[in-house]
Design a binder for this molecule. Sequence first.
Ligand SMILES: [Zn+2]
Ligand SMILES: [Zn+2]
Length: 380
Amino acid sequence: MAKRTRIIEGTWNCTSCDTKGIPARHKVCPSCGNPRELTGKESEFDFGGVDAKSGKSLREGVTDEPALELAAAGEDWFCAYCGASNRGDLPRCKQCNAERTDDAKAAVSRELPSPAEAPPAPPPKKGLGKKAWLALGLLFSCCFGTGVFGIWAGSTHEYPGSVTGTAWQRSVVRERFSPVVKTGWRDELSTTAPRMPVNGAGEVAGVANMRDCVSRQRGTRRVADGTERVCRTKTRKVACGTEEKCRRRDKGNGFVEEVCEDVTKYCSESYEDCQNETRYRTEPVYALQCAYDTYEWKEVDRRETSGTDDRPRWPELTASGVDRLRREEKYSVRIRYEDDGEKEHVLEPKSEQEFLTWKKGQGATLTVTNLGKVEQAVPR
Ligand SMILES: [Zn+2]
Ligand SMILES: [Zn+2]
């Protein structure tokens, strides 16, 4: 598409006599004769406003030959001796006749931001709205707050302690492989002969005499039940004519080159996206449930012993014939320590070996979190 180029002339303010809006073509103030310099923002030009949508300059373009020639002369340079601005193509300072040196500062030509790339800032509000504060508060308490609290709560201290007592409890249970009646799903059962244990092992529970089968609900399943038309409103971008877009380049000499072109414009359009989707319903699933004879281990006798501050022992109980023995053990160690007052921690060792590392009166080291949770206790 065709590009349209214009040259926009900027204006500057003289800091010597305070004349405002001097056209850029004047490198010397027409009122007081002061040359335009780099200092005092004299060489920061005002190019006027731009249209918010297209980025097109609201100022008229210049068309007269002298101005166009100045605009095309390249970036200005500032004399290292007198500070005056000079045309980019001049080898000597127009003001003091000094030669252009390497340390003469040059103005910089650059692309100016277009309003499309930098959308106008929303109107300033007086502080944050109520919702914004609420959101900030939530953010603080949920994310930041939890994090800090978590770190604090998780950090630990070590405390010395001493064992005030130990206790143990042991049981021996005699179990017998005994007949029972159970129910099960017909398709999960198959008739199997039971086998009695020998020395408390090798038994088979078996499934025998399946009977009294009745139909019962076992669960549910989802079944397809036709289709239904489901529509959702969606949006898409569609081309809808053209719009003018302009880019501006600061030529570094008080002029801006503006290039405008017509680009395809895209609009949001909403449409209905419809599809046939399978509809489902839930229906119950039935199956046959039956009673049957089988065997399982049942407790027929139990002996218990317990003690404090001594070595654990097993109670006396013997198995005979089809019986078997099962052993249960439970240990505890009470440890007293100081953490904002006197505290007691009860440790429950899992095995006799672990329990025997503890003795009444023995020292211990406890690792306690800031929340008062004992993470570890080891003998000392
Ligand atoms: Zn002046
Ligand atoms: Zn000079």
